[in-house]
Design a protein around this ligand. Structure first.
Ligand SMILES: Cc1ncc(COP(=O)(O)O)c(C=O)c1O
Length: 242
């Protein structure tokens, strides 16, 4: 068994046409993440339908990591067009800021779900009952997700505008809480950009090559600090370049 990275297209979606035929023939599972970390790209149902079609043609199971689905303007899922051979994988870590609970759920093809329930049980990966109850309560409530989505949108606009004025542009989708930044007029090394942001503003971002070679001239900025902390960091940046 081996993992093979799938090339991405210009919008950071997996480019299924770029998968070598030999890899497609041998593949057992395609792992997909839309809306995506780190580029915040958002797939629609038509994209998911193309993925399902590709997977059926090659007899490959799709595991669709949809943990950011509710941060998309229009949530979409691999399950909207197909169930056979499809799994949607969810987590409360992002949707409800409950990463410490280590809980989520999967849904889709009944045979795959039953198989996973059995193997998970024997692997000792059982979520405690109180944790399951808390996750069920979180999943039953949409208001806190709406609030958080609005908070991220506000932070995104603030940081994107200020960084844009300093030549760092966001090169991804308009969902989630990640800015996927590159230098506006050249290809700079992500590690250099990260070092500059740390030195000038005290901002810690992730160099893009941590997510794959295609991101080498990007950095990922996670908008997970409150607005006043972001304002402080941006203010430092403005002063460093005054
Ligand atoms: C793509 C993706 N999937 C899933 C998760 C959440 O994983 P977990 O449920 O293990 O906290 C994250 C969080 O970083 C993520 O970025």
């Amino acid at each position: 068994l081996r993992a093979v990275a799938v090339p991405v297209d210009a919008q950071w979606h997996l480019d299924l046409d770029a998968i070598a035929g030999t890899n497609a023939d041998r593949a057992l599972l395609l792992w997909l993440n839309e809306p995506g970390n780190p580029a915040s790209q958002v797939a629609d149902d038509a994209y998911f339908a193309r993925v399902a079609q590709w997977a059926r043609r090659h007899d490959v199971v799709v595991a669709s990591d949809e943990c950011y689905a509710e941060f998309a303007p229009v949530p979409a899922t691999i399950l909207s067009g197909a169930i056979d051979g499809m799994l949607a994988v969810h987590s409360v870590s992002k949707r409800s800021n409950l990463a410490g609970m280590r809980v989520g759920f999967y849904a889709g093809d009944p045979d795959l779900v039953s198989y996973l329930v059995e193997t998970r049980r024997h692997a000792g990966l059982m979520a405690p009952t109180p944790v399951q109850a808390a996750a069920a309560a979180a999943l039953d409530d949409d208001d806190h997700v709406d609030e958080q989505r609005a908070r991220y949108a506000d932070r995104r606009e603030l940081v994107r505008n200020t960084l844009g004025a300093h030549g760092l542009v966001h090169d991804g989708g308009d969902a989630l809480f990640y800015l996927w930044l590159r230098v506006d007029d050249s290809a700079d090394d992500g590690w250099e950009i990260a070092a500059r942001l740390a030195q000038d503003a005290g901002m810690l971002v992730s160099p893009g090559d941590l997510y794959g070679a295609a991101g080498a001239d990007h950095v990922r900025l996670a908008l997970v600090q409150p607005r006043d902390r972001l304002e402080l960091a941006l203010d430092r940046l403005v002063r460093a370049h005054a």
